[in-house]
Design a protein around this ligand. Structure first.
Ligand code: ZN
Length: 498
């Protein structure tokens, strides 16, 4: 390269002189050549340096000759401008509105832009990007969210220590102090706390009576969960609380699993357990106690076929029927739910294989004391009530009658609208679960009845009631219920088909 040691300026000058001489030599007369020189002066000045050899102008090996970023950029701009010209005209007002929308969106992103990566719950797109990188007015500093750590939590449960949460659960289990689940001993002398920090605060107790009797159980020791439906659960206490809370909120298990950050099968199993406990703990006591009380009876039909392998039943079936109308039975995939309520009191619901006098008579006789007022619609299955010793009144829906004033005081007391109103709450609740198998329908109806009778309680109290119900299941039923919840035998818990 040392052969070309001339400076570029000197070479430019030399080249211009050569071109001038060349043009003068080619032209016919000098004056014309002067004009030509003047005209092509600008071109010459531009072109001359390009003609000169320069080390930078020589393309390296392997580089595309025609690749020119500057020209490509110009070409892109030209293409964009011509495309833009071809677009339909947009009014100034519309353009302003679009601009404002973009600015508003950017501003909002800058306010709620968390810096931390979230493990659960929030979508990924919100946690990265945003204004931090390319903001308005050239803001390049990363935006730090002061609540980033808080946003990674799942609610109030993550605010409390595990031992505090266990303490609430233990208090629900033993409201009057620890009781040995094996022998029922509760004397503080014989039952003492062995290990307080077992499972981060659940605790393990020792029963001297069982230990001396050589009880094989757990060597005379027990935890508050021993002998309950929650025995052997591997869920940590925070997740357990969260699942029970979402259950008390009547959410579907898939949604609850996302909320709690666990597998959906885990949430589903827990929910089945809670539902089975509620079904098991239903009361069989009468709710209408005498002539002073008023009972309303009605029935509704829920479309529910077989679904999946529910109840261990084979899938050799036709497609599920949809859009069924009118009354139905277990066989026609439109199950009757019989409802009975005491005005100002509780509701009891029963899923039946069919609605006949023979099916509902034992239920009414068990739940309603003789002599009570019973109001129904005109369905013939209720005709037995007058002979059975009840003050039966009928509202004739087919004649357009929905309420009747018996004693002429202006108060229309004969109606079954309270019961019919209940159905308008049952239907949307069942719809939450997007198609319930008819095998499990009684469980869902029992769950609805449980929460409907507590509809005036607050959410916290409903959660406590669920846990209390779980712990109230008798020790002898627990093992049976647990095996059925695990397997396909759940249908045996609530046999509808008889
Ligand atoms: Zn004991």
């Amino acid at each position: 390269m040392t052969r070309y040691a001339l400076s570029p300026n000197l070479m430019t000058l030399l080249m211009v002189v050569v071109i001038l001489v060349f043009m003068v030599w080619r032209s016919d007369n000098v004056s014309q050549s002067c004009v030509q020189i003047a005209q092509s002066w600008n071109k010459a000045v531009l072109v001359a340096p390009m003609l000169l050899w320069n080390e930078r102008l020589v393309s390296r090996r392997g580089v595309r000759q025609r690749f020119n970023p500057r020209r490509n950029a110009e070409r892109r701009v030209r293409r964009y401008v011509s495309w833009k010209r071809r677009q339909p005209k947009v009014s100034r007002a519309v353009r302003r509105r679009c601009r404002e929308q973009v600015v508003r969106a950017l501003l909002q992103t800058s306010i709620t832009n968390p810096t931390g990566q979230l493990k659960l719950g929030r979508p990924q797109s919100q946690s990265k990007g945003g204004v931090g990188k390319r903001g308005i007015g050239g803001v390049t500093e990363p935006q730090t969210d002061p609540l980033a750590e808080l946003r990674q939590q799942r609610g109030w449960v993550d605010q409390m220590s595990e031992s505090e949460l266990w303490a609430i659960l233990v208090r629900i289990r033993w409201p009057h102090g620890p009781v040995c689940p094996h022998c029922g001993e509760h004397d503080e002398e014989y039952v003492r706390l062995l290990k307080a920090d077992y499972r981060n605060g659940l605790g393990r107790w020792h029963c001297q009576v069982c230990a001396e009797a050589g009880d094989p159980g757990e060597g005379g020791t027990f935890t508050p969960l021993t002998g309950t439906l929650l025995a052997g659960t591997k869920l940590d206490i925070r997740t357990l609380w969260l699942l029970v809370e979402t259950f008390a909120d009547s959410q579907a298990s898939v949604k609850a699993s996302k909320e709690a950050g666990v597998n959906r099968h885990t949430a589903d199993r827990t929910f089945r357990l809670l539902r089975a406990a509620i079904y098991q703990a239903r009361s069989t006591e009468p709710i209408v106690l005498g002539p002073q009380d008023v009972a309303e009876c009605d029935e509704v039909y829920i479309t529910a076929g077989l679904k999946g392998g529910a109840g261990g039943l084979t899938l050799e079936r036709e497609a599920r029927k949809r859009g069924l109308k009118r009354r139905g039975t277990w066989d026609s995939d439109r199950l009757p739910v019989f409802g009975l309520l005491c005005r100002g009191g509780e509701v009891r619901l029963f899923v039946l294989p069919n609605v006949q006098t023979a099916t509902i008579r034992p239920i009414i006789e068990q739940m309603v004391e003789q002599g009570a007022k019973v109001y129904t619609d005109g369905y013939c299955i209720y005709h037995f009530l007058s002979q059975a010793g009840y003050q039966h009144q009928v509202v004739n829906h087919s004649a357009g009658e929905y309420a009747r004033d018996l004693d002429g005081d202006g108060h229309y007391e004969v109606h079954c609208n309270t019961m019919e109103c209940t159905w308008s709450w049952l239907r949307p609740m069942i719809r939450t679960y997007r198609g319930v198998s008819k095998v499990y329908l009684p469980l869902y109806v029992a769950q609805f009845e449980f929460f409907f009778n507590r509809r005036h309680h607050n959410h916290w109290n409903r959660t406590l009631d669920v846990l209390q119900t779980v712990f109230s299941v008798e020790g002898s039923q627990v093992a049976d219920l647990l095996t059925k919840v695990e397997g396909t035998a759940l249908a045996q818990i609530c046999p509808v088909a008889g």
